[in-house]
Design a protein around this ligand. Structure first.
Ligand code: COD
Ligand code: ATP
Length: 202
């Protein structure tokens, strides 16, 4: 039986950073953000539903989804966010389940699902263990503003559209504190994986 680890956190808490460390160990990581991008490519079912609801104004000249524009709408309006989630999330779940089946078929014993909204979308039942990447709110804000060149307000509206990391902390099986250096984060990751039965080869 494969063990499925749900890797979660908050926006800019360091999930991709940790997920890259996990991939470097040869473990398959299935990334919800990537699947969500693929699910809304031109021609996909979710793409058509987005255009039908949000209109042509959320499209770029080449017809692709204007992610900045759609983000502006949904991070400032909960109702619209619920509509978008309702369109995109079923397709993401389906795509992730297919990739998980394929990894199990290859005989992999540890599979990581990187799901930013694991708690918000009530997906905790699809994983065996939950690993949370945690940072303090101030650092989260600072890293998000820096990475995306957002104003403080833009960054805060995005953070506020998610469950606070302090609440997620209490619901996780293990927590990686990513306030410090990358070395400290890497060390914590090794310890958790070791505790959960992962043996590094070589
Ligand atoms: C609104 C969109 C177009 C903005 O795209 P953009 O390229 O700016 O951001 P990206 O997709 O890289 O997401 C960055 C982070 O934003 C946060 N986030 C994204 N969508 C949501 C949401 N609906 N609610 C809360 N937080 C969200 C997550 O922490 C995610 O890791 C895009 O995020 C989207 O399609 N969201 C809906 C699908 C979704 O929920 N994706 C997240 C995981 S399935
Ligand atoms: N320990 C750290 N020290 C300094 N900077 C860090 C650290 N961990 C991550 N960062 C930086 O913080 C930013 C957010 O990290 P990352 O992109 O991994 O977060 P994320 O949780 O995957 O975000 P999102 O959900 O928005 O995609 C990035 O610019 C990254 O380089």
């Amino acid at each position: 039986m494969a063990m499925i680890i749900g890797l979660t956190g908050g926006i800019a808490s360091g999930k991709s950073t940790v997920s890259n460390m996990i991939k470097n160990l040869g473990i398959t990581v299935i990334d919800a953000d990537i699947e969500a991008r693929l699910a809304v490519e031109i021609g996909e079912e979710a793409y058509h539903k987005i255009v039908a609801h949000f209109g042509q104004s959320v499209l770029l000249e080449d017809g692709a989804i204007n992610r900045a524009k759609l983000g502006e709408i949904i991070f400032n309006n909960e109702q619209e966010r619920i509509v978008l989630n309702g369109i995109v999330h079923p397709a993401v779940r389906k795509r992730m389940a297919e990739k998980q089946e394929a990894a199990i078929g290859r005989g992999e014993s540890l599979i990581v699902m990187d799901i930013p909204l694991l708690f918000e979308s009530k997906l905790t039942n699809i994983v065996d263990r939950i690993l949370l990447v945690y940072v303090d709110q101030e650092i989260q804000l600072q890293r998000l503003m820096e990475r995306n060149q957002y104003t403080k307000e833009e960054a805060l509206t995005r953070m506020q559209s998610q469950m606070p990391l302090s609440e997620k902390k209490a619901l996780a099986d293990a927590v990686i504190d990513n306030n410090g250096s990358l070395e400290k984060t890497q060390w914590q990751l090794y310890n958790v994986l070791k505790e959960w039965g992962f043996k590094k080869e070589g």
